[in-house]
Design a protein around this ligand. Structure first.
Ligand code: ADP
Length: 356
């Protein structure tokens, strides 16, 4: 396998962040499922991909190009490696932001071996000229390399060996339709159910040689935001705690105590998420309040609140983005254990609404 330099620095290094940090990258290699049978959850994607790969193998052909969409940490890189392994092909890993010039892409494409899998993470962030070169490469296994500049420039066609492009993106909707249409197989990866994350955690604990009880795995799974990468990371932190403070075995009590130290609460909210919600509830009575005002109140950048904290709060049904501003939902008051102002007056409509 060949790693080109790829990933951008993460938006914020946080325990419940879904983008891989340095430690994740080092440990994840050991925890990655190696074949489709080991890959947990995502039943539909697995079943469909299994068919695509089996058919290609039976024909002795290179597999069709595959587009994987879904949030970071759900297993897109892992699946691309599994595709390569199942096809017994080498894999090259790179990402959209690493390919700024068409020439960067031409260099990668022209060095591929026959049947090689090219994993292109964050494919929606490639430059336009590179994207256009990719169209032709995907369809005809050919690129035009431009030699020279200005009126004297000439395009030299270059044949490529057949290869399988595995593109990954957070949202397929971000891709221009001509690019999207060139993938033979498109799969959307969903967030994982807690029971699936429990299986991920048991599997990883086994590989890391850590004893864990079912309750302990369930406790970690419930705080992992539907994301295997976060589940594996929380598992490692809980393991540290269990080694230092107990006999190394992870029980529910140990998991709870460890994640309290790391400020990851029962629903997987961390300090930043809670600060945003608390400000919204305590300072602004639950909203609506503008994003900038909310950001100032928690002492963070607007982008941090919007891109780092809010998506999960919205997904969890704790916060709503409305045209008039951010609004807390009844579940937010309940989760933080704060009584909404109107609810204190007995018999008021709001009191009923929030079950107070
Ligand atoms: P992405 O490329 O979507 O950001 P990765 O493929 O790097 O995500 O997965 C992150 C980590 O989560 C990997 O270490 C992998 O071990 C684990 N993981 C992801 N999906 C699964 C799965 N379905 N079963 C087991 N482990 C998984």
């Amino acid at each position: 396998m060949n790693w080109d330099d790829t990933t951008e620095p993460t938006a914020a290094e946080r325990l419940v962040g879904s983008v891989a940090d340095g430690e994740d990258q080092a440990v994840e290699a050991a925890l990655r499922p190696r074949d489709l049978d080991e890959f947990i959850g995502q039943e539909k994607v697995r079943e469909q991909l299994d068919l695509v790969l089996r058919a290609a193998r039976a024909r002795g052909a290179t597999a069709d190009h595959v587009l994987l969409s879904g949030a970071p940490g759900l297993g897109k890189t892992t699946l691309s490696m599994i595709i390569a392994a199942e096809m017994e092909a080498p894999i090259r890993i790179t990402s959209g932001p690493a390919i700024q010039h068409a020439g960067d892409l031409a260099a990668i494409l022209s060095s591929l071996q026959e049947g090689e899998v090219l994993f292109l993470d964050e494919i929606h962030r490639m430059s336009r000229p590179a994207e256009e070169m990719l169209y032709m490469a995907m369809e005809d296994f050919r690129v035009d390399v431009i030699v020279g500049k200005g009126p004297g420039a000439t395009a030299i066609p270059l044949e490529l060996p057949p290869f399988t492009l595995v593109g990954a993106t957070t949202r397929a909707g971000l891709l221009p339709p001509p690019l999207r249409d060139r993938f033979g197989f498109t799969a959307h990866m969903e967030f994982y159910e807690p029971t699936e994350l429990e299986r991920v955690i048991h599997r990883s604990a086994n590989l890391l040689d850590v004893g864990i009880e079912a309750d302990g795995a369930a406790e970690i799974a419930g705080r992992s935001r539907g994301t295997p990468r976060i589940a594996n990371r929380l598992l490692r932190r809980v393991r540290d705690y269990a080694q230092v403070k107990a006999d190394g075995r992870i029980t529910r009590e140990i998991a709870e105590a460890a994640l309290a130290v790391y400020e990851v609460d029962a629903r997987g909210l961390d300090r930043l998420d809670r600060a945003v919600l608390e400000a919204l509830l305590k300072l602004f009575g639950g909203g609506p309040v503008g994003l900038s005002t909310l950001a100032v109140a928690v002492g963070e950048e607007r982008e941090t609140v919007e891109e780092v904290a809010e998506p999960f709060l919205v997904r969890e049904g704790l916060l709503a983005r409305t045209p008039r501003g951010r609004v807390a939902t009844p579940a937010a008051w309940t989760h933080l254990g704060i009584v909404p102002p109107g609810a204190r007056a007995a018999g008021s409509g709001q009191g009923d609404l929030f079950g107070a």
